[in-house]
Design a protein around this ligand. Structure first.
Ligand code: AMP
Ligand code: ZN
Length: 497
């Protein structure tokens, strides 16, 4: 039986502002869309936190045996400066400053984004579509919305008519913003712009002659508005109604509010069943952001080369640090917090190594099944990774108590403990031991050669009947997570994840 039938998952739906039982549109299948990065700059640690939060969601859904189609886009056009309707395209601006083709900027920072997320052990999404690859789909949606009388053309641009939409729908359903407040708070004066009302947003913008990213459309040469790409790509790959849509908290308004309006206007359906918003990573109490310079880059963490840090930290430690907070809580970054996370991480990994060596008894003094269900309960409660981690540390205590024979465990229970720890630590949280990280991250040939050299030394020692040395090599490698196995053809080794 699929695990999702045995566990009841609850997700905090930002639109309903409460936790709701998760029931996908199609049994056993999950469609999940997450807004990806605008690739005009290196991702900072704050961006990474959001993508790690949704990697946790992806991993847990997969662990529950759901077949997940995870779509995360790349914004490579249409995102203007200050998220506003005016100003330069962020990618085009960077291209001008760096004297590159816009697509060179896109390529450079997309590669950087992938490299960094791989360091953090994020699983790639199932589909990673780009805005520029879906111009045709975006134009089709605009045509539909215009035909329905919910968008209008003005001087080569097309705007979504918020007031017209709001007559029969609810603009503000996600963010809780009131139309009257939006009107009152606008800085734009009526009649000053080509829009009917200041709160209207662009579906298509006319390209000025200097605008280098431009496409033909029924309304003239231009480019799509930022919000539209996500509607086009989520509808194309997940359908008019799908299960989960995620992104950082800062995208709730206007981006996601506009996505709902566009979807509802085009299809008559509310596109998303569960809206999930990940909270911000802060530095010195302020949001990490590319624009303000108040941020830290992942490579600074990995090298320790930063005024904010006393040393380098492995990517998996930084990941552990982030997962120690619930995705809906604000998390403040500091060197002290990373140091504390590293201590905890090392203790956890040490225990993972001990599990294999634990003695067993006929019965158990510990209730392992109850502990395992508590781990599931934590994750079923809106992916509560800090509570899960607290239970994993209870297991660390159990392991250490069994080791010194203060507690005892049956063979069957030990198997449950081992399998569950492995699933939660490596598969669900996506952590990896620092040794495995070295193995995976490009130094594998050196690690291979070193281990092979030690295997040869051990073989020589054994040939000389120096069993003290040969056993020492095997045991010390084992402690480092490298297991040697002798078979008829010689010795092979495995590195524990
Ligand atoms: P951007 O490339 O600016 O569109 O951002 C990519 C993702 O990172 C979005 O989902 C943002 O909400 C998210 N994000 C931006 N800043 C932070 C931050 N300080 N903490 C967490 N997530 C962030
Ligand atoms: Zn989006």
């Amino acid at each position: 039986m699929a695990l999702y039938n045995q566990q009841e998952l609850y997700i905090y739906n930002s639109q309903a502002t409460k936790k709701e039982k998760f029931l996908p549109v199609n049994e056993g299948l999950v469609g999940m869309y997450v807004c990806g990065p605008t690739v005009y700059n290196k991702v900072h640690l704050g961006n990474c936190r959001t993508f790690i939060s949704f990697d946790l969601v992806f991993r847990y859904l997969k662990h529950l045996d759901y077949k997940v189609r995870y779509v995360r886009n790349i914004t490579d056009a249409g995102h203007l400066e200050n998220d506003a309707e005016e100003g330069e395209d962020r990618i085009a601006k960077k291209a001008r400053l760096e004297e590159l083709e816009p697509m060179e900027v896109v390529q450079k920072y997309t590669v950087d984004f992938h490299d960094i997320l791989r360091e953090f052990n994020n699983i790639p999404p199932s589909i990673e579509p780009t805005a520029t690859g879906h111009i045709v789909e975006q134009i089709e949606i605009i045509k539909t919305i215009v035909d329905k009388g919910l968008a209008y053309e003005a001087n080569g641009s097309v705007y979504f008519d918020v007031m017209e939409y709001h007559k029969n729908n609810h603009y503000g359903i996600l963010s809780g913003r009131k139309i009257e407040d939006l009107i009152a708070n606008t800085r734009e004066l009526a009649g000053q712009s080509e829009k009917k009302n200041p709160q209207d947003f662009a579906l298509w913008k006319k390209a000025e002659p200097q605008h280098i990213m431009r496409w033909p459309s029924p309304w003239g040469v231009g480019f799509p508005g930022w919000h539209l790409e996500c509607t086009a790509m989520s509808t194309k790959y997940l359908g008019e109604e799908f299960d989960i849509h995620g992104g950082g908290m800062d995208l709730k308004f206007p981006h996601h509010e506009c996505e709902i309006a566009q979807g509802k206007a085009a299809t008559g359906k509310d596109p998303v069943h569960y809206w999930m918003h990940a909270n911000m990573l802060t530095l010195n109490g302020k949001k990490m952001a590319k624009s303000t310079g108040n941020n830290i880059l992942p490579e600074e963490i990995f090298t320790g080369n930063s005024k904010h840090l006393s040393k380098a930290y492995a990517p998996t430690v930084a990941r552990f640090f982030m997962l120690q907070a619930h995705y809906r809580s604000i998390l403040d970054f500091s060197d002290e917090a990373l140091q504390a996370a590293e201590k905890g991480f090392d203790r956890l990994m040490e225990a993972m190594q001990q599990i294999d060596k634990l003695p067993t008894s006929n019965t158990s003094s510990l209730d392992v099944s109850n502990w395992k269900q508590k781990c599931y309960d934590a994750m079923n409660d809106d992916f509560n990774s800090p509570i899960l981690i607290a239970h994993l540390f209870d297991a660390v205590k159990m392991i250490n108590a069994i080791k010194v024979e203060k507690e005892y465990i049956s063979k069957e229970d030990l198997q449950i403990l081992k399998e569950s720890m492995h699933s939660f630590v490596f598969d669900v949280l996506g952590l990896k031991s620092k040794e495995a990280a070295v193995q995976k991250d490009g130094n594998s040939t050196q690690v291979d050669s070193l281990v092979k050299m030690l295997i040869n030394l051990r073989a020589e020692a054994r040939a000389n009947k120096d069993f003290a040395t040969s056993d020492k090599i095997r045991d010390q490698l084992f402690e480092m997570g490298v297991e040697l196995k002798d078979n008829k053809d010689g010795t092979v080794f495995t590195v524990k994840a």
